[in-house]
Design a protein. Structure first.
Lengths: 137, 404
């Protein structure tokens, strides 16, 4: 199977590989997929609580080249977006950007799921944080 | 050293130049039909076919008359299994095979199952070999055929064919073996291995594609088959169709070269294979060999690099031609059923790479391949959330995954 130039570029030079402190209150972590299915994505966002803007995004992916490219692209797109804007990223946007063939669409779905899971984790943590602050006051 | 490097010799092999030289005249000057009985064109073609038949028979300890030419091992498997099922239908309808057989066998037995045969699929142990006691127990008075491959095309393990053949002799039932990967690589002898039917293919042993053979035993017992194709009654009535004379000549030459060089070549192949294995295992942790190393083709290394997905690894080593058991590289999007049958778990199948060494690989190539694979596996593990989790001390089997 031939890969698109953009998939190859992300595979050869993956953006934002790494991990953020998953214990930090302003970091949201999403882990989706399963090893027996052949792909697992971990995507993390670090949010500025004052502005709601994603200042840092990191990923690690176990999966095929298209899965790696989808999550690498997702981290690029996430940076600078607000958490609500981040939720508007659709898997079809990733499919179009990377020219993914039909058999690789599930990679983009997984990336969208990873974004949602990371944002949800952040939101949960920050609402717990707010409640804790309210209780303390 | 030339790139890309070909290390996928279980898929196919290049034609040996000596084989091609032997074939060439039979396309143009000696183009006759071997069935033409009344002119020199036919005679010279027939003579060439009979010489090849002897060369093939001699590699496997058979007699020339026991070799039936086909288009390849898929056809040979079909002819053997369906041909026996039809011919011996009155004696019984039970066939025994193994879970790790090639699809050419499994799809054939599945069809027979629909047509009323009873098929037993023997499980394999973690080492990839069948359990002989299970085989003994599975044989009944209705068992007409046991079909077990000689060497596995993915993991290269060698089934104990001689012992399987002995059990078949004692308990009844013919033994067919798909020896496509074994013939020419390891010593195969239809008599000492107690084989009644055996499938072979030229293109796995440096011969041309599109030609193969079925060995059909003529004495002790005399095996009969129902032909699967109607026509001119070629090949003792078992396989009609004008013979592929140049292909057959090439097949014969390829067999003769294997007869001459097997001992030496097999030593060289194990040396290179072991070097590759040792280098990979010295530099990388959590590397698992699939199938037994003890009973294995000297050309084969099937290895899983845990926490790295196979297709992404292939993408990184794109100047090396190998194959993977990963779902992403298969047409069905299912991971290798052979590796699953070993009980290794789907994650190990997704992480597997099959190296198939061959006659034309060099030591320099092996060194290059080892270095490249090590480099890419390390890179992909940096990218792998699973490797990170394991290094943090998380037991992946206890994690609840959001499967999709």
């Amino acid at each position: 199977m031939a890969y698109s130039d953009k998939v190859l570029d992300h595979y050869n030079n993956p953006r934002n590989v790494g991990s953020l402190d998953k214990g930090a209150s302003n970091v949201g972590t999403g882990i989706v997929g399963a090893p027996e299915c052949g792909d697992v994505m971990k995507l993390q966002v670090q949010v500025n609580p004052a502005t709601g803007i994603i200042e840092e995004a990191k990923f690690k992916t176990f999966g095929c080249g298209s899965a790696i490219a989808s999550s690498s692209l997702a981290t690029e797109w996430l940076k600078g977006k607000t958490v609500d804007q981040a939720l508007e990223i659709k898997n079809t946007d990733i499919v179009n950007e990377l020219s993914l063939p039909p058999v690789k669409i599930h990679c983009s779905v997984l990336a969208e799921d990873a974004i949602k899971a990371a944002i949800q984790d952040y939101k949960q943590k920050s609402s717990v944080g707010v409640e804790a602050a309210v209780q303390q006051a | 050293m030339k790139l890309p490097i070909y290390m996928d010799n279980h898929a196919t092999t290049p034609v040996d130049p000596r084989v091609l030289d032997a074939m060439m005249p039979y396309f143009t000057t000696d183009f006759g039909n071997s069935a033409s009985r009344n002119h020199p064109f036919g005679w010279s073609a027939e003579e060439a076919v009979e010489k090849a038949r002897k060369q093939i028979a001699s590699l496997v300890g058979a007699t020339a008359k026991e070799i039936v030419f086909t288009s390849g091992a898929t056809e040979s498997n079909n002819l053997a299994i369906k041909g026996v099922a039809e011919m011996y239908a009155e004696r019984g309808n039970h066939i025994i095979t193994a879970a790790t057989e090639h699809k050419a066998t499994l799809d054939t037995t599945k069809r027979l199952e629909k047509e009323g045969c009873r098929i037993t699929y023997l499980a394999v142990r973690a080492d990839g070999l069948i359990d002989l006691d299970q085989l003994r127990e599975a044989i009944t008075d209705k068992t007409i055929l046991v079909t077990v491959m000689y060497a596995n095309n993915e993991i290269g393990v060698l089934q104990p064919i001689a012992e399987i053949g002995k059990i078949c002799r004692e308990r009844g039932g013919l033994l067919h073996t798909d020896a496509t990967q074994a013939v020419g690589k390891v010593p195969v002898n239809v008599n000492t291995d107690n084989i009644d039917l055996m499938s072979m293919s030229a293109h796995k042993m440096y011969g041309p594609k599109g030609v193969g053979a079925l060995y059909v035993r003529r004495k002790g017992p005399r095996v009969q088959l129902t032909a699967q194709m109607d026509g001119g009654g070629h090949e003792r009535g078992m396989r009609s169709g004008t013979l592929n004379v140049p292909g057959i000549v090439g097949f014969g030459k390829a067999c003769q070269l294997c007869t001459d060089s097997m001992a030496e070549e097999s030593k060289r192949m194990s040396h290179l294979r072991d070097k590759l294995k040792d280098k990979l295992m010295a530099e990388l942790d959590e590397v698992y060999i699939n199938g037994t190393m003890e009973h294995r083709l000297p050309q084969n290394l099937n290895i899983s690099f845990a926490y790295v997905e196979g297709e992404s690894l292939l993408m990184g080593i794109n100047d090396i031609a190998v194959s993977s058991g990963s779902a992403c590289t298969s047409a069905t999007l299912e991971p290798s059923y052979v590796l699953k049958a070993l009980g290794a778990g789907d994650d190990i199948a997704h992480s597997s790479i099959r190296f198939g060494l061959g006659r034309f690989n060099t030591e320099e190539e092996v060194d290059y391949v080892a270095a490249k694979v090590i480099q890419i596996v390390k890179k992909l593990r940096e990218l792998s959330p699973l490797y990170e989790m394991v290094k943090e001390g998380i037991d992946l089997s206890k994690v609840v995954w959001a499967a999709h």
